[in-house]
Design a protein around this ligand. Structure first.
Ligand SMILES: *Cc1c(COP(=O)(O)O)cnc(C)c1O
Length: 425
């Protein structure tokens, strides 16, 4: 279907045939029935495609994954139980014990822990780099066992924009893919594949769901990375898998190799599928994603401009502001607008931040972000509260940083709420 991203939000993925349900049906079934033992056996050997057990594949999940793949302009996608699972599988699908990869240090805190602590225990080493690193410096960090580069289109919670082309250039010069978490931008505002990224992940928990009802994730493959051209680096894709009678994913499945391996091998062995019910909620969210993102961005820009002019505010970081350090990258990669999230600080540091937050009337204090309802979080008091001020700065999170997730309410009401809370400090 050759339509724009707005139309794909509404229409892509599921096209009912005569007499079938108009809305994506929820296949709430763990298993699927076959007439002969042989038919079922072929599915287990990956000789035929079809459903047999929801841990590996489910029709509802596949319809929603297909919509997300269409939105990103990819060839295939899979849903996972969370964004954490998506980022883990995306990297682990091509990295094994003894391997190394590079990640931007400006990433979601949960991903930072996953890469720096848990995957290290599995023998996979991650080097974290600043988003501002030069191509030359980045090149020096590539080792023979480096298997991918990872970054976030817009970083959570610091709202920096990632220079996709710079990182893609270095990755491709070294025969490795660029993987990007596109959660905050969504494919409505940025499609990283158009700039050279190879694999995209999402926490669908955020804007895709949009209403804070279900935790989920997705991995999308562009189909552009030629695994066989670098076969020595990717034995998992380019040499026989003994757990499937010796089939080789890259030769048997071509452009679908990466997602097929992640589904048939990683999902089979590790689990963490998204429930079909949750996939259905994501599907409902996707139908209005383009409408909501436009409103989130318009509201956030007005709120950021208000904060920028207010003398009780110490600093504001929002890529769409002309004076922002990410503005040039926002103009290049996110011309429709970045997202609804703003990072800022009130004068007076930690104490003033807490007083401000406690006095907000409808902007609620929640761990969530990127939701229809305006919400707020102070990482130093909440998600990162185990860290000292010094450790916070090392992680790129200022102790006074407030993450403000602008919703789709009337923007005057949001600004008035901020105004009255600022008057209390
Ligand atoms: C929330 C988030 C994640 C983790 O997703 P979950 O669905 O909470 O597991 C990963 N990346 C980014 C950018 C996020 O905002």
């Amino acid at each position: 279907m050759n339509s724009t991203v707005d139309t794909k939000c509404v229409q892509a993925g599921y096209t009912p045939k005569q007499g079938e349900p108009r809305q994506v049906p929820i296949y709430q079934s763990t298993t699927f029935k076959y007439d002969t033992s042989e038919q079922m056996g072929k599915l287990f050997d990956l000789e035929a495609s079809g459903y047999f057990y929801t841990r590996l594949q489910n029709p509802t999940n596949d319809l929603v994954a297909e919509k997300i793949a269409a939105l990103e302009g990819g060839v295939a996608a899979m849903l996972t139980s969370s964004g954490q699972a998506a980022n883990f599988y995306a990297v682990f699908n091509i990295c094994e014990c003894g391997d190394h990869f590079i990640s931007s240090s400006s990433i979601y805190g949960g991903t930072y822990n996953l890469f720096g602590v848990s995957m290290k225990k599995m023998g996979i080493e991650c080097t974290f780099v600043d988003n501002d690193i030069s191509e030359e410096e980045l090149q020096k960090l590539i080792r023979p066992n480096t298997k991918c580069i990872f970054g976030e289109t817009i970083t959570n919670p610091t709202v920096n924009v990632f220079d996709i082309e710079k990182f893609a250039n270095v990755a491709h010069k070294n025969g490795i893919p660029l993987i990007m978490d596109n959660t905050f931008a969504t494919p409505v505002n940025c499609r990283p594949f158009e700039w050279g990224c190879d694999i995209v992940t999402h926490s669908t928990t955020k804007y895709m769901d949009g209403q804070a009802v279900s935790v989920g994730g997705a991995i999308v493959d562009s189909g552009n990375f030629d695994w066989m051209a670098h076969a020595e680096k990717f034995p998992g894709l380019c040499t026989p898998d003994e757990s499937y009678h010796g089939l080789t994913y890259a030769t048997k499945f071509g452009k679908l190799a990466y997602i097929t391996k992640a589904t048939a091998q990683l999902m089979r062995d590790f689990g963490s599928i998204q429930s079909p019910q949750n996939a259905f909620y994501i599907s409902l969210g996707l139908e209005t994603l383009h409408v909501r993102m436009a409103k989130h961005c318009a509201n956030a820009k007005a709120v950021a401009e208000f904060l920028d002019k207010n003398d009780k505010i110490a600093w504001v970081h929002y890529p769409d502001l002309e004076n922002d350090k990410s503005h040039a990258l926002q103009q290049k990669y996110l011309p429709k607008g970045s997202c609804g999230v703003i990072a800022f600080a009130v004068k007076g540091g930690r104490d003033a931040a807490i007083k401000f937050m406690d006095n907000l009337k409808f902007a609620s204090i929640v761990t969530h972000v990127a939701d229809a309802k305006t919400c707020i979080l102070h990482p130093a008091s909440h998600t990162h509260r185990q860290l000292s001020d010094e450790q916070l700065r090392e992680a790129g999170v200022d102790p006074d940083l407030i993450r403000f997730s602008v919703g789709i309410e009337d923007v005057d009401d949001i600004i008035n709420d901020i105004k009255q809370a600022l008057e209390c400090i």
